[in-house]
Structure formats: C-alpha cells, structure tokens
Design a protein around this ligand. Sequence first.
Ligand code: SAH
Length: 236
Amino acid sequence: MFSPKKRKRRVTRRRQRRRRRDHSVKAHSRPEERGVDFFSPSVAKYWRQRYSLFSRFDDGILMDEEGWYSVTPEAIAAAHAARATSLAGRGCPLVLDGFAGVGGNAIQFASRDCHVVAVDIDPQKIGFAVHNAKIYGVEDRIDFVTGDFFRLAPRLKGDILFLSPPWGGPSYRDFRSYTLDLLMPRDGYSIFQLAQQITPNIIMFLPRNVNLNQVEELSWLSSPPLKFEVKVQIFL
Ligand code: SAH
C-alpha cells in the first residue's frame, strides 16, 4: 500500500503521462481517424501533403490545425532561404521571421546556417516550432520568441526580415484578386511600413492570387523606393 502522499503523486504522474500521450495522438494521427471534432475536414487534404510540408514528418512533427494549413511547404521554404542567403551576399545573415508558426521557414533558414529569430504570438506554435526544429537538428541556431510582432518590431534587428502573416485561412483562394487589406492581423501596408524600419531586405510570402500592383506599390513606400522582385512558386 502507498501512503496518501505517494498515491497522489502516482495519480498526478499518470494523468500527466495520459495528457502527453493524448496531445501527441491529436497532433499526429489522421484527421479521419479522430472524426472532425479536432481538425476540420479541410485538414485531410494537408495530411496527404504531409511529406511536402515536412520531409521528416514521420520523425514526430507537431502541428495544430492552423499550422496544417499555414505552414510553408518545405521546398518553398528552402527556396526562400536560398534567396535570403544570396541577398545577403557573403556570410550568413541574421534572419528575423516575424510570423514563425510551427517553424516551416525558420527551420529552412537555420538549415542554411543562418541565425534566426523566430517570433509568433501563439505560445503553442512556438512550442511546436522548437520541437520541430529539434527534429531537423537546427534548434541551436534559432531564438524562439513568443510575442506580438507589432509590439516587438521597434526593438527587433535583422539583416533579412521574412514575413508570412496569416492570409485569413484556406478561403484566400476564393478571391479572384487577393488584396493586401485581407492580410491579418493588419493590412499589408501597415505590416510593410513597420517592416521597412527594421531592414530594406524584406521577403513577404503572399498568396499566388495576390494583387501584384498593390505589392509593387509597397516598394514605393520607401524613399528611395526599394528594389522589387516577384517569384511565383507553384506547389502541387
Ligand atoms: N511561415 C510559418 C507559418 C506562418 S502562419 C510556417 O512555415 O510555419 C502565420 C502565423 O502568424 C501564425 O502562426 C500566427 O500565430 C502568427 N501570428 C498572428 N498574428 C501575429 C502577431 N501579431 N505577431 C506574431 N505572430 C502572429
């Protein structure tokens, strides 16, 4: 028999173990195995693309529902990272990822030996990003910060600023022309205005149906105007 104190400790430990197990089942298993109450049916599509999102998915990648539909596919994140390193010329730039999510982009920047400051307002996303970065063995090159990019921005430094703000969920595709006011939590002009106070080297990851005239206008907000480049990346 256990003393009441020992018994309580055993029960607490058992509960903690169960909570950890349930949590990882939720994050890993197929949406259709768990019904639609945890992830919505739209996540099923992303489940089929899991290895395009993270090639090491089976090593235990963790995501929540928003993570599933907002993580940058690995090949696209790798292309962003390649462009960032070529922008910086020699040496490895300090990359600031203002909306880091579950770490899709931060991991690829760090895989190119960049040092990354990864900010996200959602502590659970940051927890998953730390975990996912460990799977890729790059956690030492990333400083993870839970916080609001807009509040932190005046104090942040970086050679390259990478921005993938929320597009408003999968319904972004329904717009014939995706205008910058649809970006969240603030419109694209406000985000960019703040961004250019940090560095002129800004990479924004935007929907492929974005209104390109508006995006080009952003570069004129600076004086002198910034050089502007568009890369269209197709993800099948
Ligand atoms: N590029 C990321 C996905 C980013 S999705 C990846 O590959 O994983 C957009 C993220 O912006 C979400 O994780 C959301 O939590 C975060 N976010 C929303 N508002 C924010 C804010 N004010 N400051 C920082 N992060 C914010």
